[in-house]
Design a protein around this ligand. Structure first.
Ligand code: H53
Length: 829
């Protein structure tokens, strides 16, 4: 199917992609868009002018992509996510558009240093951690592989907070990333949808006896579209990420203006615009705040309205929906989409229940990212009834029909009905959003093999029994474009010299490296690359913390959100033990331990952990007896742009969560791809990484998931683990006695007490195995040939963890979507 607009669209005159043409565009942009004479321009002005020059070239391809999709009857994939952790955009866009070298040269000819210019850009940090970064990787891969895939999310005015230590404890500062405007976004004033909250449902009885419902009154807020073009690497496809910003409706303002209350009108305006004001800084925990529910509904309602409008504008009917549209729900956050699509199909388009439900189920699929109960959203029925009354009605009806079906299959099994119900009746009545997502989707996936198995056996066991065919696994992946080509240019060049560049599109081709992993010359080059990357990281560490680190020792890295289950404390206990051994005169192999990560602002335990790590680090780093044999650094404000410097420099990758708690992990993949060896538990994707790289090339330790379950069942006091372990006991005593603090004994004492008496994630139980694994790592590091062979083998065998494989898995197992590469233009460009 094609629209008439395609044939009448004027051809675009292609912009030049060579150095001279780019230089001209940058200079022009400086005058026309930035409004400055190049002589007066600051580095930020050059950043903006360069961004405008790139975006011109991207939007040209965006329009071509769109025209082709419109003309070709393609199935579109829509990715609904509350989070996109994108990072800096200029370098990524230059690289994917294929004009990075030319732009670097153009800037040089204009007297500007490319590296200094790109560093002025703020990270687009519209996400917390793994889930948000995965969403960004998926969008990049959709474009790179030519899939018609589009992201929808929220244009938060304040992204992830900036973290500072004052002096040891985390303090949050707002991330006002849009304060200087944003050259990458296209505001679409014409794409505005009114979004309703509160109000009431009115019943209309028709002559034929049928009942029709409408949702009326309440408050309306406008969702306005802001488009961010997303370029594919080595292809002309440019897709779109549409983020919604909240705007007050004009009617709403007028009410107060007419009453003469100017101040109230303006205040109310900013009140309604607060919906898209700030990202909730909680990773894998639900907070149950009304504003959060409103954020979720706001972006879901706008996105579905937009999707249906596009569908009908293209001339399709509602019956065509399952053939033309796939909608992926990224975690439970957008699960209200199931009820909203039902509402639109019935109340707006007049479909009857059964047909609407059939279409819904064919369109939606749901990705679960966690088993942790505190991360699974539930909303009090009262709140839902007040904020979204029509949706609450629809959810009741979905639940009714669903439970009727269960009753027929399992007569008399009341317990099963309670477990499956969309409404949790215990401790107040709450809507289980994960259940809504499962019931409303044709496919449900976990994000690593173990995680999917656990979903089937535990969290969704009853659903799995009903519909085993709906559950599939899609193991996460990472984009090699950001995490190798951009983050590690030296390693990229080194690989290019040895095995060519095909791996950039097909990461499995890294296997071609395997015959050479033990080659001394290659190893020497690899070591040189690592060393250079360590120097780059040492500079970042010095700039951010003032600490000087040497670059000829093992770099031991744990970078991720701070969470009890991720067990930063396990690493800390090891650091303290190393410190004691050095002070006892033992000859301990030197190392630099690097931490990075943010804690949710209200998560006191995580903030305590940060504080204590910083205090321990301060003591160690200033102890003359230790010197540079051990350094411990907590890099403040860990973010995507910092990750691109830290990851290529790592030797050892800490993936030490309590087995059964990390759904997948993706940092584990980025680090191994860059030649770090993993010390890890059999959790999440670590298991698949071990299977890929081989047992000899990874340091696995600790309780397995079923051993954790059995250990918990035994109910031993954690303190019992200290018996017969003098070194560990000494470490715990030092913490609880405040050895590392001058003024906050209470926090240290509390943390010591927590380890002895609570230790919910079994840090003490796993410690002996962990220390032993670290010693295995030290022993291997002492034999550089063996270490380098293992590191290079890791790189060679990481192909499976490309996000391109992940996206193909989704396309084949879930979306039934095919790539639609944009044909090269006849006149090049
Ligand atoms: O999602 C990552 C996983 C990781 C998991 C993470 C995640 C969030 O970042 C936020 C919410 C949530 O439910 C899960 O913790 O294991 O790798 C991407 O799948």
């Amino acid at each position: 199917m094609s629209t008439s607009a395609d044939t009448t669209a004027p051809p675009l005159s292609p912009l030049p992609h060579d150095t001279e043409g780019l230089k001209q565009s940058i200079r022009d942009a400086m005058v026309r868009f930035v409004g400055k004479d190049p002589k007066q321009a600051t580095q930020r002005d050059w950043l903006d002018a360069t961004s405008f020059a790139v975006r011109e070239r991207m939007i040209e391809r965006r329009l071509l992509t769109r025209r082709q999709f419109d003309a070709e009857d393609v199935k579109r994939v829509y990715y609904l996510s509350m989070e996109y952790l994108i990072g800096r955009m200029l370098e990524a866009n230059l690289r994917n558009t294929g004009i990075l070298d030319e732009t670097r040269e153009a800037l040089a000819q204009l007297g500007q240093d490319y590296d200094e210019i790109v560093a002025w850009e703020d990270d687009a940090a519209l996400g917390n951690g793994g889930l948000g970064r995965l969403a960004a990787c998926i969008l990049e891969s959709l474009a790179t592989q030519g899939y018609p895939g589009f992201g929808y999310g929220i244009r938060y005015e304040y992204g992830m907070f900036r973290q500072q230590f004052e002096p040891y404890r985390q303090v949050e500062h707002p991330d006002n990333w849009l304060r200087y405007g944003n050259p990458w976004e296209f505001p679409r004033a014409e794409r505005k949808y009114p979004i309703r909250f509160y109000g009431e449902v009115v019943e209309h009885h028709r002559n034929d006896g049928s009942v029709h419902y409408s949702w009326e009154d309440g408050e309306q807020i406008l969702a306005m579209a802001y488009d961010y073009p997303t370029a594919g690497y080595g292809r002309r496809n440019v897709n779109n990420l549409r983020l919604w910003g909240a705007k007050a409706t004009r009617d709403f303002d007028l009410r107060y203006f007419n009453e003469g209350d100017y101040i109230r009108a303006v205040a109310d305006k900013s009140q309604s615009e607060s919906i898209s004001m700030v990202l909730y800084p909680n990773d894998a925990t639900a907070i149950g705040k009304e504003l959060r529910l409103k954020q979720e509904y706001f972006f879901v309602a706008a996105s579905l309205h937009d999707i249906l409008d596009r569908h009908t504008e293209l001339g399709y009917t509602l019956d065509d929906l399952p053939h033309q549209v796939a909608i992926q729900l990224n975690d439970t956050h957008p699960a209200i989409a199931v009820a909203e699509l039902m509402r639109l199909l019935m109340d707006r388009h007049g479909l009857h229940w059964a047909r609407a439900w059939e279409l819904c189920r064919q369109v939606f699929a749901y990705t679960n990212h966690t088993l942790m109960p505190e991360a699974l959203e539930t909303w009090p029925v009262d709140l839902m009834t007040r904020v979204l009354p029509r949706h609450m009605q629809i959810i009741y009806r979905i639940n009714h029909e669903f439970l009727e079906m269960v009753r027929r299959r399992f007569p008399g099994d009341e317990e099963r009905l309670k477990r499956l119900s969309l409404i949790d009746e215990e401790g107040g009545r709450n809507v289980r959003m994960a259940h809504l997502a499962v019931v409303g989707s044709h496919q449900i996936n976990g994000v690593a093999a173990l995680h999917t198995e656990l979903l089937k056996q535990t969290l969704f066991a009853d659903f799995y029994q009903l519909w085993p065919e709906r559950f599939v696994n899609v193991t996460n992946g990472v984009t090699p474009r950001l995490w190798m080509i951009q983050a590690n240019p030296e390693l990229t060049e080194f690989l290019g010299e040895k095995i060519g560049h095909d791996w950039q599109y097909d990461l499995e081709r890294l296997r071609a490296l395997e015959p050479w992993v033990a080659d001394p010359e290659l190893q020497q080059k690899f070591q040189q690359v690592k060393r250079k990357n360590k120097e780059r990281l040492a500079t970042l560490v010095r700039e951010r913390t003032g600490i000087r680190i040497r670059t000829d020792v093992l770099f031991d890295v744990q970078i991720k959100r701070i969470h009890e289950y991720k067990r930063q404390l396990l690493k800390l206990l090891h650091v303290i033990e190393l410190y004691n051994r050095i002070r006892d005169g033992e000859n301990v192999p030197p190392r630099v331990v690097i931490f990075g990560g943010k804690a949710a602002p209200g998560y006191q335990r995580a903030k305590d952990i940060i504080q204590v790590i910083n205090e321990v680090a301060d003591v160690i780093n200033h102890d003359p007896q230790v010197g540079d044999r051990l350094k411990c650094v907590f890099i403040p404000n860990y973010e995507v742009s910092a990750a691109t410097v830290i990851i290529p420099a790592a030797d050892l990758s800490e993936q030490i969560s309590t087995a059964g708690f990390e759904a997948s992990g993706t940092g584990n993949m980025k680090l191994a791809l860059n030649g770090a060896l993993t010390v890890g538990t059999l959790d999440g994707a670590n298991i698949e990484i071990r299977d890929a790289v081989g047992e000899d090339n990874i340091f696995i330790f600790g309780m397995t998931e079923s051993e954790v379950v059995a250990h918990r069942a035994r109910g031993e006091v954690p303190e019992a683990m200290l018996a017969g372990r003098p070194a560990l006991s000494r470490t715990v005593e030092m913490i609880e006695q405040g050895y590392f603090t001058c003024d906050d004994n209470a926090t240290h004492a509390e943390l010591g007490h927590y380890l002895r008496h609570q230790d919910p994630f079994f840090v003490l139980a796993d410690y002996p195995a962990y220390r032993e694994a670290c010693e295995r790592a030290d022993a291997l590091y002492a034999q550089p040939e063996c270490w380098n062979t293992a590191a290079l083998t890791n790189i060679a065998r990481m192909g499976y963890f490309s996000i391109d494989r992940t996206v193909r898995d989704y396309a084949e197992k879930i979306w039934d979507a095919t790539p639609e590469p944009v044909a090269p233009k006849r006149n090049g460009g």
